[in-house]
Design a protein around this ligand. Structure first.
Ligand code: FAD
Length: 355
């Protein structure tokens, strides 16, 4: 089957074998297991990169219980998975939320995203972990009108390209590692950089706190014990904010860009509305196929539940292998499946590009 390019395609749906919701470690390994069976995949993730919890929550922490890898960081594991699935040319739709799922008359599924992408596939794999990651929005009235204003202006919850912030009046809020890391990294580029936090203490690594204090002493960063009360400007164009100090005094502050770093929440999100049977926000599956109670919709990794489930990466890898075998019979009902080892099958080695 040929895949259309991975781009928003409203009105011109992509047809593929498998649509995977979630590009965490388990969604990625599913591409490998499905690829060995010649099944093509499109993956959707609300994040702007692969890796799920591994890259978003603990990229530099070592993992010690991946079989055959005595020690590997979250980021390294994801980099290796990306390398391993390269031969299968998966198509990624990053920065997109899977929002709806509809059964078509021909038995296939149509999956839609909030960016207008539509994917039609006989098999849906939900590898959505604990749900979609969403930044915590500070309680400032009208803040949403300044979001997505464009590169380097308005309100952003992540820094993707530092250069877009060059020469700007930057306001950062928060007291954790992300807030302090971005103070340190953006200070050399900024016209002015101000950090606000509700108390004179931080939850960040001590060396980051020390560096921030040095920048403050050198006059390169201003720090206030304060919070943001209001944003000023027109929708999409921030010009300043009202800050409120601990003593309730308020003052105006010029800012082109506001970067709040108040952590991420994980929400199940639209999957709850897909009409799939859920148990405490998890998808019950049978352990022979890892299929939900809706035929054709599989659930692997942290999102599923069954007797004895362990939320471990290695469990998800096993689930992906069994899911792929079952998914094959749905996607290729008239073909036979032959069990083969990668070590000895020249057919599999050809697919992997090693033979
Ligand atoms: C601090 C920490 C340490 C850990 N250490 C270990 C360890 O040592 N060993 C171990 O085995 N496990 C460890 N884990 C657990 C491990 O990270 C998880 O089991 C694993 O990440 C689950 O992978 P997953 O692919 O199922 O889900 P996730 O990694 O959660 O990925 C799911 C992805 O789906 C996306 N998504 C969800 N819903 C949607 C939607 N509607 N639209 C678009 N995208 C969506 C999310 O954005 C996310 O990227 C640790 C976890 C944490 C938090």
């Amino acid at each position: 089957m040929t895949d259309a390019p991975a781009a928003a395609n409203s009105g011109n749906p992509i047809e593929t074998d498998v649509a995977i919701i979630g590009a965490g470690p388990i969604g990625l390994f599913a591409v490998f297991e499905l690829g060995l069976l010649d099944l093509k995949c499109h993956l959707i993730d609300i994040l702007d990169r692969p890796g799920g919890q591994c890259t978003e929550l603990y990229p530099e922490k070592p993992i010690y219980d991946i079989p055959g890898l005595p020690i590997v960081t979250g980021q390294e594991l994801v980099d290796r998975l990306m390398e391993q699935i390269k031969p299968f040319d998966p198509q990624f739709h990053f920065g997109e939320m899977a929002t709806s799922l509809e059964k078509l008359d021909d038995g296939r599924w149509k999956l839609k995203t909030d960016q207008g992408t539509e994917i039609i596939a006989p098999v849906i794999v939900i590898a959505a972990g604990a749900g979609s990651f969403q930044p915590k929005r500070p309680p400032v009235p009208g803040i949403e009108t300044f979001e997505n204003a464009g590169d380097g202006i308005g309100v952003h919850y992540a820094v993707r390209k530092m250069e877009t912030f060059r020469g700007k009046n930057i306001l950062i809020a928060g007291g954790g590692d992300s807030a302090l890391d971005w103070v340190i990294n953006l200070a050399p580029l900024a016209k002015t950089l101000t950090l606000v936090h509700h108390r004179d203490g931080f939850r960040a690594a001590q060396h980051s706190v020390n560096q921030m204090r040095e920048l403050e002493a050198a006059g390169k960063v201003k720090f206030h014990v304060a919070s943001v009360k209001a944003l000023h400007g027109e929708p999409g164009k921030l010009t300043g904010v009202t800050l409120a100090g601990a003593d309730k005094s308020e003052w105006q502050h010029d800012a082109d860009v506001f970067l709040p770093f108040f952590g991420l929440t994980i929400k199940l999100g639209p999957i709850a509305e897909f009409g799939i049977n859920l148990h405490e926000n998890l998808i019950p599956v049978d352990t022979a196929r890892f299929e939900s109670q809706t035929p054709g919709i599989f659930a692997i990794g942290d999102i599923n539940t069954y007797t004895g489930k362990l939320k471990l990466i290695l469990s998800g890898f096993h689930e992906a292998a069994l899911m792929a075998q079952a998914a094959f019979h749905i996607a290729r009902p008239n073909e036979k499946l032959r069990f083969q080892y990668t070590t000895s099958s020249s057919n599999l080695q050809k697919k992997l590009g090693v033979n």
